[in-house]
Ligand binder design. Sequence first.
Ligand code: CA
Length: 136
Amino acid sequence: MLGADMGGDVMKKMRIAGVVAVLAGLVGGVGLAPATADSGCADGRVCFWTDINYGGAKYSAPYRNGYVGWMNDQASTFRIGKTVDDRYHYVMFYENAGFWGSRFYAKEFQAFNLTSLAFPGGGSWNDKISSHDEAY
Ligand SMILES: [Ca+2]
């Protein structure tokens, strides 16, 4: 019988792994599709992708950046790498360059599709971010 050689211990471990993955998704606020090859974000960095679920072109910069340059108004996914400065475990994201306009913050290791995050006054944060800064 197919699968009959899969021991009970293996099945139990698989179920536990599934529960952990669901909890991690809840902590992040929004569940994302399985990671692709380029879905990581290095320590001390903020990463964006031009499409949801880590798709399209990738951007990486330090927690503090007054203007995201070529990524301006294009970010659809973000991920925050582990902090390298214990004073700052959060990143504040801004609608405009120079840390100005509407804002939201998220913690190190968090990742969101920005299409899932409401923008003040309507729509979502998709294709809005222009700067970001370290926060605590
Ligand atoms: Ca903007």
